[in-house]
Structure formats: structure tokens, C-alpha cells
Design a protein around this ligand. Structure first.
Ligand code: FAD
Length: 380
């Protein structure tokens, strides 16, 4: 069996990770198939994550969070993903914007939002992947008196109905990017709009598509939002950036998106080990041992290169390792399916779920460089 824990975390973080493991084992795992085939994220899973303090893991202690190290956050994402992909992916959308709010210069927004985001009473989503697309922007922010008008489409917004607020990345008229906070429903945040009147007398229109039917992560309540003159007050501005900064951040974060695919393959290896135990076939035991060794080798490369950002070979190596994580996710799930024969194709079986989750991780946070590295590895 795989030992997922990293060695660089302190004892308070070990306790926190142990709590996350307990939630994974006792709440997420027993319902993983049912959660995967549900029509929306499973509320009980979110409640258990909130009770364990997980929504505050990226939030500073001054605002009620736990502010655990990036490595401990990775370990939590990895182990939760080994138990239930859709819950892990959906909750993961909360941490990036929480961190952005905590690091942005808008102190009144921080004070108003972070304490409740830390407890999980409020959960936030994010929409910015569209900024990577070439060509004309599909979501723009038009500066107007007192704020911005959001126009266009946010094509992938996960967690609709669970998240009550979002951070939107949109393109300004000069091509730079602006990140703005907005609620799903203004009535839920009266104190944040008490002193604001939209210039044209209304907030504009935001339309919500039905959840996008998906092969992997179908229960993530991922929707398309379309905006027409959606007014966001200047008070809810967070930061500005540009394409070059996004490209640089994408490069330095290439290994950031490896925790969930690594967790997914750990889940598949677990299925393989259990199956080897039940069926007693040497071929399954051999495969379980081989995938365990490959997983451990890959994890140690991830950990090594996370600490070698300054190395001139970092980008090439990080892309190679990311592609390996994505490839291993699919192969390990495929092996788990092979070992479980016909029953693996039933929606009640974890192996087919893990394969669909691995498919999703292949395109999550994909940049052109990640696509290139993944295809190059698959061409073998
Ligand atoms: C289930 C799911 C949930 C997601 N949730 C979120 C979320 O909550 N927040 C978030 O920010 N992102 C989210 N994403 C986005 C995810 O990170 C992107 O799928 C990924 O970054 C791929 O980008 P894309 O949207 O441009 O790809 P696609 O949706 O495949 O791109 C759509 C279109 O964009 C154009 N395009 C894109 N790239 C190019 C190119 N290189 N050259 C020419 N045309 C191009 C093409 O017209 C293409 O058909 C989610 C994705 C999925 C599948």
C-alpha cells in the first residue's frame, strides 16, 4: 500500500492531515460512487470538511484560518482525491480565491469575507481559466463610474449552488486582467452592498446555464455564467495583472496541479491492492506492486522538483513530471479496471470512476505547454 504522507510537515500539520484522512475514510470514501453519480455536490461531505477546518487551510490565522504550509495543503488534496474526486475538486476551487482574497490589497474585502470563508460557512468559487485562451476575450470588464460592468461569458464555473460567491478574472479594454469579487446573490451580502447603488439603477443580468453534462466530475455543479452589464463596485476590486504574469505563474505552478492526479492514482493502486488480496491472482499482485513502485518514484520526483524552482531545468522537468502524473492517473485506473473485469464497468465500481476522474485531471488547469508535454508523453 502507498504511504502518501510527506516528510517535511510539522506535528500540528500532521494532526490536521490525520483529521482530513479521517473525513476521507469515514465520510467521503463510503459514498464516493453515489457522490460521483449525484446531480450536485454532496452537502454532507462539505459539512464534514468544514467541521474539520479544511476550508480555512489556506487562510491566515488572523482571519480565523489555519494557514497550513503549501506541502500540507498538497497532502490533504492528494489524500482526499484518493477517496472522492468530485468532492476534492469542487472544494479545491475555494482555496485559490481564498488565498487571492487574503493576499490582495483590499483590506475591507478581506475583513468582510475571510472569517466566514475560513469556517466554510461561506464557500467561494473562481473563474479565470478562460483568460488563457488566445483571441478576443470572452469575459470583459468595462470600467465605469464607481466600478466595472462585466460583459460576456464565464465558461467554466464549478460549485454553483454550493459556492455563494465567486472571483472572476476579466479582460480590461487595454488587454490587462482584473480580478473582481461578486456574489451569486446580492441579497445574501447586504452589508457588502449597503453603501452602493449601481450607476444605471440595477445590477445588470447574470444568467446561469443548467449544470454542464460531463464525463468526469459531473456532480461538480459546473455551469456557464453569462453577464450583461453586471455591475461590480470598485470596493470589490481585488487586483490587476496581465497575460505575461499569468504565463509566468502557470509555469512556476506546473507542479501545483499534480496533487489531485497523484491522489487519483493512489486510489487506483488501493483498488488494485484490494483486488489482489480478494482474487489472489499473481498478475494482479504483480501489477499492484509495480504501480506502487512507480507511484512512489513519481511522488519523490514531484517533491524534489517542487523545491528546485530556481534550477534552469525546472520548467522542462516540471512539465515532464506533470505529464507523468496525468499519464499514471489514467494507466493506474485502467489497470484497476482490468483487474476487476466486467464489474469494473458498473457505475457502482470505483475503478471506472477513477478513470473518469483521471481523464478530467488531464485537462484541468491545462496550458499549451502542459498539453504539449502530455501529448509528447502519450505519443510513445
Ligand atoms: C469540469 C470542469 C470544471 C472547471 N471548473 C473551472 C472553474 O471553476 N474555474 C475555472 O477558472 N476553470 C474551470 N475549468 C477550466 C479548466 O481549467 C479548463 O478546462 C482548462 O484550462 C482548458 O481551457 P479552455 O476552457 O480554454 O478549454 P476549452 O473549453 O476546450 O476551450 C474552448 C474553446 O476555446 C478556444 N481555445 C482554447 N484554447 C485555444 C487555443 N490554444 N487555440 C485556439 N483556440 C483555443 C477554442 O475555441 C475552444 O474550442 C473547468 C473545466 C472543467 C472541464
Amino acid at each position: 500500500m502507498i504511504n502518501e504522507a510527506s516528510s517535511t510537515i510539522n506535528s500540528a500539520e500532521s494532526d490536521f492531515i490525520a483529521k482530513a484522512r479521517l473525513v476521507g475514510e469515514t465520510v467521503l470514501a463510503p459514498h464516493a460512487q453515489e457522490t460521483d453519480t449525484g446531480s450536485a455536490p454532496r452537502r454532507e461531505n462539505f459539512r464534514a470538511l468544514a467541521e474539520a477546518g479544511l476550508f480555512g487551510m489556506a487562510i491566515p490565522k488572523a482571519f480565523g484560518g489555519l494557514d497550513v504550509s503549501p506541502q500540507a495543503q498538497r497532502d490533504v488534496a492528494e489524500l482526499l482525491a484518493s477517496y472522492c474526486g468530485v468532492t476534492t475538486f469542487t472544494q479545491a476551487q475555494h482555496h485559490g480565491p481564498s488565498r487571492m482574497i487574503a493576499n490582495c490589497p483590499n483590506s475591507s474585502l478581506k475583513e468582510a469575507l475571510l472569517p466566514k470563508l475560513a469556517t466554510g460557512e461561506w464557500i467561494t468559487g473562481v473563474s479565470f481559466a478562460h483568460l488563457r485562451r488566445p483571441g478576443a476575450p470572452i469575459l470583459s470588464a468595462e470600467p465605469v463610474k464607481g466600478g466595472y460592468l462585466l460583459q460576456g461569458t464565464a465558461p467554466w464555473v464549478t460549485g454553483w449552488g454550493v459556492m455563494n460567491q465567486f472571483v472572476f478574472g476579466a479582460t480590461l479594454p487595454d488587454g490587462r486582467f482584473v480580478y473582481l469579487w461578486s456574489p451569486a446573490n446580492h441579497a445574501d451580502f447586504p452589508e457588502l452592498f449597503a453603501d452602493t447603488t449601481p450607476p444605471s439603477g440595477d445590477w445588470g443580468a447574470m444568467s446561469v446555464s443548467p449544470p454542464i453534462p460531463l464525463c468526469g466530475m459531473n456532480a461538480s455543479a459546473t455551469v456557464i455564467l453569462t453577464f450583461e452589464n453586471w455591475f461590480i463596485p470598485q470596493e470589490h476590486w481585488m487586483l490587476e495583472s496581465d497575460r505575461e504574469t499569468m504565463r509566468r505563474n502557470d509555469r512556476s505552478n506546473v507542479l501545483g496541479a499534480t496533487a489531485m492526479p497523484l491522489g487519483c492514482s493512489a486510489g487506483s493502486v488501493r483498488v488494485l491492492c484490494d483486488t489482489a488480496e480478494k482474487r489472489g491472482m499473481p498478475a494482479i499482485r504483480r501489477a499492484a506492486n509495480s504501480f506502487t513502485r512507480e507511484w512512489e518514484a513519481l511522488k519523490s520526483e514531484v517533491l524534489e522538483w517542487l523545491n528546485r524552482q530556481e534550477d534552469p531545468n525546472f520548467t522542462v522537468e516540471a512539465l515532464r513530471i506533470r505529464a507523468w502524473c496525468l499519464d499514471l492517473g489514467v494507466r493506474a485506473a485502467h489497470a484497476a479496471i482490468t483487474a476487476n473485469s466486467g464489474s469494473a464497468n458498473m457505475l457502482t465500481h470505483p475503478a471506472q470512476r477513477l478513470l473518469r476522474e483521471a481523464l478530467f485531471y488531464t485537462i484541468q488547469a491545462q496550458t499549451q505547454e502542459v498539453m504539449d508535454a502530455t501529448l509528447a508523453r502519450l505519443e510513445r
